[in-house]
Design a protein around this ligand. Sequence first.
Ligand code: CU
Length: 115
Amino acid sequence: MAFLRAACALVIMALAAGIAHAGEHTIVIHHMELDQIEGTMRVGDTVTFDNQSDMAHNLYITYADGTVDNLDTQVPGMQRTVKLRLAGPATIRCWIHPIIKAELEIEEQAEPEKR
Ligand SMILES: [Cu+2]
């Protein structure tokens, strides 16, 4: 019985950890560059781009399979949010300013072991 309760507690803890893994990240857009990307990005995480520059941007993210999520135009002061949907290397770029480019590595969702 005690074993069963312990196993149950483990499952609940694992579930809670899984929920906690759906992280939220914010990346500030400066004049012509993005903030450094920090922390581990995982599938299911949301990334909010905060345009603190004085010009409009239109970011898009290209996933490992070549598919694209377009964030549409964001004028100064506007935030746009994207939910990461595929693991692997990805690239963030701006349609308007090809000089803006950031690489990121998206990890699988709810990976139990930590590096
Ligand atoms: Cu731009």
